[in-house]
Ligand binder design. Structure first.
Ligand code: UDP
Ligand code: MG
Length: 318
């Protein structure tokens, strides 16, 4: 019998876990053709999330969990999940019930038809401000233009991935991750299904605008070196203009004589160039910083405890 793994990254989700488990459980009981594994990745929660997961694991062999040693962020929590899922296919789902589990049968259906990556696209985005919608739309447009990798719009991490897609993702060990871009990068056969995204069932979102802006910069710098190329172009154009202007000045001085005025324009040019240079340095710095982080070759995450439900085994690392 084929096995479907459900991968659930959870950070401070005590308010919703039971409801999520109930819905997943009903679903798994209804689908008799497959066995299921619910793999929770507890991403260093400070509330009772781990306790609840442990209780679930005690009564249900389908429940496995990875307890990370601290909060590593969702991107890394997902890698920990990829490394530990055992199913022939894996469904990534948020703990907060914004992704309706009821979509999973449809995903499995398309997977059986041969698709490797069945992703759920939001038809609507209720409970989000117009600014968040607008900024995310713009961001993806820019990213797509710069990286030449088609990015799926209005799509989160809610998707079913075939084993070979999971293996491909496991091979990508960079520490600064932009998983959404990776899903596109690996390719394979993709299928889109539409759904209405619900507002969070309970608890609070872990995002704020500062995080989102950083996420956008990470997304671009981890995916494309286009900004470096753009600085090259800008530098080239500015030099060219400066050169032409220089020739113009020389000729004007020779034929019309010198005049000393022009202090404000000189200052403006200096400030403008200073700004361009700082910006370029900043862009280069982003990439150098990335190189620095990757060359450290640290493990992506540390595990405090791993419980494998199907083997009824718990391994604690100390
Ligand atoms: N999450 C996580 N680690 C974090 C932040 C979030 O594992 O540091 C999980 C969280 O528990 C949830 C999912 O990632 O299952 C999505 O988080 P959230 O709902 O806060 O994001 P949003 O839906 O607002 O984009
Ligand atoms: Mg959410």
């Amino acid at each position: 019998m084929k096995k479907i793994s459900i991968l659930i990254p959870a950070y401070n989700e005590e308010a919703v876990l039971e409801a999520l488990y109930a819905r997943l459980g009903t679903l798994a009981n209804d689908i008799k053709k497959y066995t299921f594994e619910f793999l929770f990745v507890n991403d260093g929660s400070r509330d009772n999330t781990l306790k609840i997961i442990r209780e679930l694991a005690e009564v249900d062999d389908r429940v496995s969990y990875v307890n990370l040693s601290r909060n590593f962020g969702k991107e890394i929590a997902m890698v920990a999940g990829f490394d530990h899922v055992s199913g022939d296919a894996t469904v990534i789902i948020d703990a907060d019930l914004q992704d309706p589990p009821e979509l999973i049968p449809e995903m499995i259906h398309y997977w059986e038809e041969g698709f490797d990556d069945v992703y759920a696209k939001r038809r609507s985005r209720e409970g989000e401000t117009w600014f968040k919608k607008w900024s995310s739309k713009k961001f993806y447009q820019i990213l797509e233009k710069l990286s030449h990798v088609p990015i799926q719009k209005d799509t989160g991490d809610f998707r079913l991935l075939d084993r070979r897609a999971i293996e491909a993702l496991k091979g990508m060990r960079e520490s600064e991750r932009y998983t959404k871009g990776m899903f596109s990068w690996i390719g394979f056969y993709k299928k889109e299904i539409l759904y209405d995204r619900d507002p969070r069932a309970a608890g609070e979102t872990k995002w704020n605008y500062r995080k989102l802006i950083n996420f956008a910069i990470d997304g671009i710098t981890s995916f494309t070196t286009a900004p470096l190329r753009i600085t090259t172009y800008v530098g080239f154009i500015v030099s060219l203009i400066a050169f032409l202007y220089l020739i113009f000045i020389v000729f004007r001085t020779v034929f019309l004589g010198a005049d000393i005025a022009g202090y404000p324009s000189t200052l403006a040019v200096i400030l403008f160039l200073g700004g361009v240079q700082l910006l370029s340095l900043g862009i280069i710095g982003e990439y150098v910083g990335r190189i620095f982080l990757e060359t450290k070759q640290r493990p992506l995450y540390l595990i405090e405890e791993y419980h494998n439900g199907s083997r009824k085994k718990t391994r604690r690392k100390d």
